[in-house]
Write a protein that binds this ligand. Structure first.
Ligand code: NAD
Length: 275
């Protein structure tokens, strides 16, 4: 059973969802339909993933009632601005075959463009019009959150950031907790860039609980109060990842996981990214 967390928008978000980065459009229908069949109720996509059509087909073929599903998409950097997000969201909704998303995120602050505040003001309007039920950000650093807080009326519901055992984002998470922003982990399994099974502490907890190393890591995210969106195209792994909802880690096991922090970022530094 996957629990939901209350967002500051007054709506709820299922704590575990399906990530779809690098899932080709042609495969997305099958993967999303599979995931929904297995019990996933939260799908994360983005305009830049170029798979919104496939994701939409998967949603449609599931036959699930729209209100039972939580769908996130994201505004790409080249569409940032005071007016551009409206067309960008409309295009995403057309591809998804939906009349609203549950969460619309600014994908990156892209500080070199200096348009994230304008984009945020545009997202507020799109939310007010019902095209996005809740709005949030992704890859925002404290300075970007400060600017939104100073110059807009809305605190982001969510900040989706790189977060995994080697990069636990302590400073940002404290900041989110103070502001009432939920933290969503992208790359929660380390994007396969380091081997979870080769980390003795994770393997030890897997042995103690009879769970897989992926389940241990996903369960750690969940018990930390994070939202987690692991990606897989394999039905077996989709099932395995969802079953992290059934696991329980002890306080000692949680502490062992926290001790793995290394400050090891795998993706771009959002403050310095030049895209
Ligand atoms: P991830 O940490 O989810 O890792 C995916 C990799 O782990 C894949 O190679 C997959 O085969 C493997 N994997 C999945 N389940 C497994 C299991 N049970 N056992 C062993 N290996 C397993 O990385 P991700 O896909 O980059 O991140 C998750 C999601 O976050 C993305 O799909 C996307 O939706 C989102 N994301 C957002 C941003 C952003 O900038 N906002 C950036 C990257 C990803």
């Amino acid at each position: 059973m996957i629990s939901s967390l209350p967002m500051n928008s007054g709506h709820e978000i299922p704590q575990l969802g399906l990530g779809t980065y690098l899932i080709p459009d042609d495969d997305a229908e099958r993967v999303v339909a599979d995931a929904i069949e297995l019990g996933y109720r939260h799908i994360d996509t983005a305009a830049i993933y170029e798979n919104e059509e496939g994701v939409g087909k998967g949603i449609a073929s599931s036959g699930l009632s729209r209100d039972d599903l939580f769908v996130t998409t994201k505004l790409w950097n080249t569409e940032q601005g005071r007016t551009e997000p409206r067309d960008a969201l409309r295009r995403s909704l057309d591809k998804l075959g939906l009349d609203r998303v549950d969460l619309y995120l600014i994908h990156w602050p892209s500080p070199m463009r200096d348009r994230y505040l304008d984009s945020w003001l545009a997202l507020e309007e799109l939310r007010d019009e019902g095209l996005a039920t809740s709005i949030g950000v992704s890859n925002f650093q404290p300075e970007h959150l400060d600017r939104l807080a100073a110059e807009s009326a809305t605190i982001p519901a969510v900040n989706q950031v790189e977060l995994h055992p080697y990069f636990q984002q302590g400073v940002l998470r404290d900041r989110h907790a103070q502001a009432g922003i939920l933290t969503e982990s992208w790359g929660p399994l380390g994007q396969g860039k380091y081997s979870l099974a080769d980390i003795p502490e994770i393997q030890q907890i897997a042995d103690e609980t009879g769970a897989t190393v992926a389940q241990v890591v996903l369960r750690w995210h969940i018990q930390e109060g994070l939202i987690v969106i692991p990606k897989s195209v394999s039905t077996d792994r989709l099932r395995e990842n969802l079953a992290a909802g059934e696991l329980e880690l002890s306080a000692d096991q949680m502490e062992l996981m926290r001790g793995l922090e290394r400050g090891q970022r795998l993706g771009p530094d959002p403050s310095e990214a030049t895209f």
